[in-house]
Design a protein around this ligand. Structure first.
Ligand code: SF4
Length: 289
């Protein structure tokens, strides 16, 4: 197995980089773009923005040759500035980037990223980002496109994914309660599924947990949701049937299919990519003067 860490990078120094190397830890950082875009939402408790310290952490990763990827929450403001966003990642050597759009989740009962207008803006943003990277010879690779390209090149399609396949992921909370499927559902209270947990590691083995009513109920609804995706969605092979947390937060049940999150996370990126393929061969990279 591999160990992963997702961090805001503000505490990364040479000693941490040594630890990442020694333990072969896969590092993901959370950085949203240029300073004022990042600091609009990523602040410390004292109100100070975290961008400056995050950039120091990124410098340490580069200095120590630690490979890393980034996850960036895409705000409406950032979507208006694809060129600035692209240059930020390119100029700081952040070449493996995934965008997360704001989601409806838990007490966050609505998202600003909803509706056809936001979908059109996101589509435009991805198109522009792709074009800019293409002109430069792809120094920045977007996770959203990379996954799809890998599947197309390998002539493969997904039949499931790690978020809806049982025990691909095991999540454990601080008290030892555990769940599988989507980590975002660990210990979440709900009328329909209780806490989503299967038991506690102190008194239940993983094998025993598969015999519980709770596991059967989650598995039944998760399978039903994936089946529904499979029979209704042209994008199934690039997605594998979505994830439980988005389905639960948006529809109240795992036994459902399309979500706002999957339109942003899968459908629009695939549409933009296929549209680009249909336009013709790649642009010739622009050489620096
Ligand atoms: S893109 Fe959405 S509707 Fe299609 S398979 Fe994925 S989760 Fe289901």
């Amino acid at each position: 197995f591999t160990q992963h860490v997702q961090t805001n990078a503000t505490l990364i120094n040479d000693a941490w980089c040594d630890c990442f190397h020694r333990n072969r830890i896969v590092v993901g950082i959370s950085v949203d773009g240029p300073e004022e875009i990042h600091d609009a939402h990523r602040r410390f408790r004292n109100g100070r923005g975290s961008h400056a310290l995050a950039m120091k952490g990124i410098e340490a990763l580069h200095r120590n040759d630690v490979p890393f990827h980034s996850i960036s929450v895409l705000t409406a403001d950032a979507m208006e500035q694809p060129e600035r966003m692209y240059r930020f990642f390119r100029d700081h050597g952040i070449n493996d980037v995934g965008f997360n759009v704001e989601e409806q989740e838990g007490i966050h009962t609505s998202s600003s990223m909803q509706g056809s207008e936001m979908e059109a803006k996101y589509r435009d943003f991805l198109r522009a980002f792709w074009r800019l990277s293409e002109q430069d010879g792809y120094p920045v690779v977007l996770r959203e496109f990379d996954q799809v390209i890998t599947l197309i090149q390998g002539n493969q399609r997904m039949t499931q994914n790690e978020l809806n396949r049982p025990f691909s992921i095991l999540s454990v909370d601080w008290q030892g309660n555990f769940s599988t499927f989507d980590p975002e559902l660990l210990s979440v209270a709900s009328d329909r599924y209780g806490t989503f947990n299967l038991g506690n590691l102190k008194d239940l083995s993983l094998v025993e947990s598969t015999q519980t009513d709770q596991f059967r109920r989650l598995m039944k609804d998760m399978s039903s949701g994936v089946d529904s995706c499979h029979s209704s969605c042209d994008y199934f092979g690039f997605c594998g049937g979505g994830n439980g947390s988005n389905k639960f937060w948006e529809h109240g049940t795992l036994a459902s299919s399309e979500t706002n999150a999957c339109r942003f996370g899968t459908k629009i990126p695939v549409q933009v990519l296929l549209e680009r393929f249909e336009e013709g061969p790649p642009l010739t990279p622009v050489s620096p003067n």
